[in-house]
Design a protein around this ligand. Structure first.
Ligand code: PEP
Length: 263
């Protein structure tokens, strides 16, 4: 029996630092819009372009059901924080913010404490948040995935409460699976997503935890997406590289809508 938090699947398209050209960003949106619109009854889609393209993409999305998000934000509302962007600034045209992506944790040294502050700031400002967690390859090889993911979830949600549950999404993204073409075995993804739900239940209570969505991310493409979205307890996927190819992402949306349409 599926035990997802909502009837629709959630697909989050993380474009990372791509494309370099704003016109290409708009073309990419226009390329995926028909497939997303056709699947709107069973799939919720949020696009996460780089900051400079948010406004242009928002204009193209106006009047559509497609949602928009930022790939990061700061935890303060305003002030002397050079280079940072606050959730209050994103509120006008974004519904979502991703925090704690492993590329930020690993390359930029973001800690669980920073991620927790960001998640709380996003929620306080009325936006929805995707909090990313996942173990490194060494942890996976050493059989420490559960321990690492449990600690990350507990620390990253330290400032969240039961009231936030419907706007809180956790993306399980094993770091070794991101951008590597080595997607996780669905059985491993399932067990870890089940663990995440258990930890969230302990933190905010079972009732509220049922509303929290859990995604899988890591080398998802049109050929493997079905093996994740069909899992009980999986509410959708966070897609990186494959979301930059309009045709590929359109197929991911279509496959997901077929799985959810048959429920
Ligand atoms: C990501 O950026 O969150 C991601 C999962 O990337 P990819 O799909 O390219 O592995």
């Amino acid at each position: 029996m599926p035990q997802q938090a909502t009837e629709k699947a959630l697909l989050a398209a993380n474009w990372k630092m791509n494309p370099v050209d704003g016109g290409e960003a708009v073309d990419l949106v226009r390329g995926v819009m028909p497939a997303i619109t056709a699947a709107t009854e069973s799939v919720e889609v949020a696009l996460f372009p780089p900051f400079p393209w948010l406004l242009g993409v928002a204009e193209v999305l106006e009047g559509s059901s497609i949602e928009l998000g930022a790939q990061d934000c700061f935890w303060e509302i305003s002030g002397a924080y050079t280079g940072e962007v606050s959730p209050a600034m994103l509120k006008g045209w974004c519904q979502w913010v991703i925090v704690g992506h492993s590329e930020r944790r690993v390359i930029l040294g973001e800690t669980d404490d920073m991620v927790a502050r960001k998640a709380a700031a996003v929620l306080t400002n009325g936006l929805s948040v995707i909090v990313c967690v996942g173990e490194l390859e060494d942890h996976y090889d050493a059989g420490r995935s559960d321990e690492i993911v449990t600690a990350q979830v507990k620390a990253s949600l330290a400032n969240c409460s039961a009231d936030d549950s419907s706007r809180l999404v956790i993306a399980y993204e094993p770091v070794w699976a991101i951008g590597s073409g080595k997607n996780a075995d669905p059985e491993h993804a399932y067990k870890t997503m089940r663990l995440i739900r258990r930890v969230v239940s302990e933190l905010i209570g079972a009732g509220a935890a049922r509303k929290v969505r859990v995604l899988y991310g890591g080398s998802v493409n049109a050929a493997n997406v079905e093996s994740y979205v069909e899992l009980p307890l999986c509410d959708g996927c966070l897609v990186g590289g494959a979301s930059l190819k309009a045709e590929e992402f359109a197929k991911i949306v279509k496959v997901t809508s077929e799985v959810y349409g048959h429920r």
